[in-house]
Ligand binder design. Structure first.
Ligand SMILES: [Fe+2]
Ligand SMILES: [Fe+2]
Length: 330
């Protein structure tokens, strides 16, 4: 067997020897270079779990699909260095807590936005479980996990908004969720391609702003911080990865013609969602800026490049293979 790449992948302190016999898709080399922890299913063979410091190649098990937060962070950093170099690799200055009424109001409005965002996700996921994906039990597990996680986040954000604003924000939340349904709810549930493109926007591309916020926010609601770091971050990674895995498994099992058809239709759906959500996403950056003072220099170019990179990675293409995409600024 010709070996295209070979390397050691560590998981839970256990090393595995991996080998790949040939480039399985066009940006394979680049994704491989992003690290063995980030290698993708069906591209590699797990040769075996290694005893410490041993090499005993014997091809047997297929490697379980692995798309994870390490790959996302690595890809984000490659882009950030080129497009938004003012965003650091890690936080430099510690943030401070809210200090006055204006800051509490801005943080409260941002908490309402987050409540709406998460509650809307739970409603769409619930409909998808018993509608679009009623026969796909595997995907139902991923969506049910997302539903439960994001419901907990929504409830917590509603509570923070109530504390910061001195009133229950429920009427604003209800209006926000109605607006979200009018904007994109029907579109997202029309077919699986639309649904997946909606997920990419709500769960994946949003990471650009969250990475920047995590590293550059000057002011944070300290009452939210612990829950955000210890609950929301791991939850989001868990359900985002599961949704991604469902898609990558589906793609890995596709015929060549299906692969082409699905790729084209997903690019189209992704573009449609971007055009629909443009104002909503621009608002989210402004609300986030008012609430935390994150570094928004170059954020349009950063978002656009991140979306292109991630969409290509999710479709197993190179960014250069994609057609021109609609900008966040459009
Ligand atoms: Fe969430
Ligand atoms: Fe989520």
């Amino acid at each position: 067997m010709g070996i295209f790449e070979i390397g050691i992948w560590r998981r839970r302190a256990r090393p595995y020897l991996l080998a790949c016999s040939g480039a399985a898709y066009r940006n394979h080399q680049r994704v491989f270079a992003a690290g063995f922890r980030a290698c993708l299913e069906s591209s590699f063979s797990l040769i075996r779990a290694l005893p410490p410091a041993a090499f005993m190649p014997a091809l047997d098990l297929p490697l379980a699909l692995d798309y994870d937060g390490a790959l996302e962070a690595r890809l984000f950093d490659e882009i950030r260095l080129v497009v938004a170099p003012t965003v650091p690799a890690a936080r430099i200055e510690p943030p401070r807590d809210l200090a006055n009424a204006d800051e509490r109001r801005a943080a409260g409005e941002y908490a309402i936005w987050n409540t709406v965002h998460d509650l809307f996700i739970t409603q769409v996921a619930a409909q998808a479980i018993c509608g679009l994906f009623r026969d796909d039990t595997e995907f139902q597990f991923a969506l049910a996990r997302q539903l439960g996680d994001d419901a907990a986040h929504a409830e917590f954000s509603r509570g923070r908004a109530a504390v910061l604003l001195g009133r229950d924000p429920l009427p604003d939340v209800e209006q926000g969720v109605r607006d979200a349904w009018d904007l994109v709810g029907g579109f997202a549930l029309r077919n699986w391609q639309n649904f997946l493109a909606w997920q990419f926007h709500y769960e994946h591309y949003i990471l650009a702003r969250l990475f920047v916020n995590r590293r550059t926010a000057r002011v944070l609601d300290f009452g939210h911080r612990e829950f955000g770091e210890n609950r929301i971050l791991p939850d989001e990674e868990a359900h985002r990865i599961r949704i991604t895995q469902w898609w990558l498994r589906k793609l890995a099992g596709a015929s060549e013609s299906e692969r082409r058809e699905w790729t084209d239709s997903l690019i189209q759906a992704d573009e449609d969602v971007q055009r629909i959500l443009g104002p909503y996403l621009r608002d989210s950056w402004q609300l986030n800026l008012r609430a935390t003072g994150l570094d928004t220099r170059g954020h349009v170019a950063l978002y656009d490049a991140w979306r292109r990179e991630l969409l290509a990675t999710l479709l197993r293409l190179t960014p250069d293979d994609l057609p021109p995409l609609t900008s966040l600024a459009a």
